[in-house]
Design a protein around this ligand. Structure first.
Ligand SMILES: Cc1ncc(COP(=O)(O)O)c(C=O)c1O
Ligand SMILES: N[C@@H](CCOP(=O)(O)O)C(=O)O
Length: 467
């Protein structure tokens, strides 16, 4: 399989090259030249596979530069019950009521869905860097969960340093503690005075300076990296197999969304032929994506118009991965994609708007603080299940968008323990904490606070590398 930039520049590349490269040289994001097609016979063979076996089957359709035996071993070592809360299914499906399901994606080490891909990415980086005898300096941006998942996946790994930018004071106390309490020498936390989008802009600016990127060996763990998305495709198949008995059935997914990585993985699964009826994008008050799906206009907002909400990991107004979907919508016309994503905003023609829903199956909705609290409460009362504020955004929108006769799967993107304040406001009680995490907020913290300034970030990287 070869990979091409959404903006059409550069030559086709192989998987392991783009794994280490992250952002494409022309500022675009990598996509496979085509989506491998999965027919009924293949689905029938995959039904009943263990999660790591399913992961291997899907990954091998996209990765032809790692020997099969090695990839099989990496998948088996990554997707083990011990790493994912003792659950052998890895992403168990819970029936809330007939036709409405919650797929658990947050049983990994940092209690959010990011672990699903990040654990694999850590193993892939270590494998490929070892093979090449190289080092990688990861520059990442987080609104709360990518950061800790990446740091837990990369801590102590040979050949990898992590520099993680986060919006100063905007993550929950638990999220901050998870990241900032790590004392490993290869982990560097940089809190930026700004919002997540400022952090992501800095990551892209540093990566777009090709001389700097090459000389410092800068890579990425954000969903900028195709490998992140590819790993996330697997749990759409796993959810589908658990919710259905035959491959003639269709299901819909509702996905709490911010940077559009998670639902973009669903889009890839659907393009491969997984029988998905709808992909429902659920946003919080930062509803740029919902606005697009309702109106056809994509208008990213600045920091002043990005609200601090009680689902803070989705406080994003410039959805990086949206470019991948638009590349498919525009028939991979690189120049058109570049024009759209270098403009302050863009609007798609009416004919394309129709295709977004009919050909690609997208729908959307948004949720507010009051909705979130009400949904957490009603989910606990009706189904006896505690959910986190991001998952609540998803459940609220899922219930609104459900279609008769089509099972709806809501992706659970984090555990309630990460967002105690909102859980207490909704239910009056502290959410339970998995063992070993009591008092994490009181541990000593290691973090540097910086302005939203590319120069300051580069200076920290250079100092850490002894340059
Ligand atoms: C808990 C949680 N839910 C939802 C999202 C949104 O996912 P995405 O950015 O892939 O759209 C994030 C952040 O990415 C998150 O951390
Ligand atoms: N919500 C994310 C934001 C970054 O998203 P990514 O999927 O591009 O890594 C976070 O928790 O950091």
């Amino acid at each position: 399989m070869r990979y091409l930039s959404t903006r059409g520049g550069g030559d086709p590349k192989r998987f392991c090259d783009i794994l280490l490269e992250g952002l494409a040289e022309d500022g675009g994001l990598y996509l496979p030249e085509r989506y491998p097609q999965v027919d009924g016979a293949t689905l029938a063979c995959w039904r009943g596979l263990a999660y790591h076996e399913l992961a291997f089957e899907i990954l091998s359709l996209y990765i032809d530069d790692i020997p099969a035996a090695d990839l099989q071993r990496i998948c088996a070592q990554t997707y083990r019950a011990e790493v994912f809360g003792g659950r052998t299914e890895i992403t168990p499906l819970n029936e809330l009521e007939p036709g409405l399901y919650l797929e658990e994606l947050s049983n990994g080490p940092t209690l959010a869905f990011k672990d699903m891909a990040m654990q694999l990415l850590g193993a892939l980086f270590e494998y490929e860097l070892g093979r090449r005898g190289e080092q990688l300096n990861i520059l990442g941006a987080t609104s709360g969960d990518t950061g800790s998942a990446a740091e837990y996946a990369m801590r102590g790994r040979a050949g990898v340093n992590v520099f993680m930018l986060s919006p100063h004071g905007r993550m929950s106390p638990f999220q901050q503690a998870q990241m900032f309490s790590l004392q490993d020498k290869n982990i560097h936390n940089l809190a930026v005075r700004g919002v997540f989008d400022d952090c992501q802009d800095i990551v892209k600016a540093v990566s777009n300076d090709l001389t700097y990127k090459k000389s410092r060996k800068i890579g990425t763990v954000n969903s900028i990296n195709w490998a992140r998305l590819l790993a996330q495709v697997v749990y759409y198949f796993a959810g589908y197999f658990q919710a259905t008995k035959s491959n003639d059935e269709r299901v819909s997914f509702c996905v709490p969304s911010g940077n559009f990585g998670n639902v973009c993985a669903g889009h890839v699964a659907r393009q491969m032929g997984l029988p998905i009826a709808q992909l429902v994008v659920a946003t919080n008050e930062n509803d740029v994506l919902d606005e697009f799906f309702r109106t056809g206009r994509y208008a990213p907002r600045g920091a002043a118009h990005t609200h601090a909400t009680s689902s803070p990991s989705m406080d994003i107004s410039k959805a990086s991965n949206f470019e991948r979907f638009v590349a498919d919508l525009f028939g991979r016309e690189g120049a058109r994609v570049r024009a759209a994503f270098t403009a302050p905003a863009f609007e798609i023609p009416a004919a394309d708007r129709e295709r977004v829903a009919t050909e690609f199956g997208f729908a959307s909705g948004s949720s507010s603080h009051a909705d979130r609290l009400a949904t957490i409460r009603s989910c606990q009362q009706r189904y006896g299940r505690l959910i986190d504020p991001h998952t609540a955004d998803g459940l609220k929108v899922a219930v609104e968008q459900r279609q008769a006769g089509v099972p709806m799967i809501v992706l659970e993107t984090a555990l309630p323990a990460k967002f105690a304040e909102t859980l207490v406001e909704a239910t009056g009680a502290q959410p339970p904490r998995p063992a070993g995490l009591d008092g994490i907020e009181n541990l000593p913290k290691r973090v540097q606070v910086l302005d939203a300034d590319v120069g300051q970030v580069r200076a920290v990287i250079d100092a850490a590398l002894g340059l």
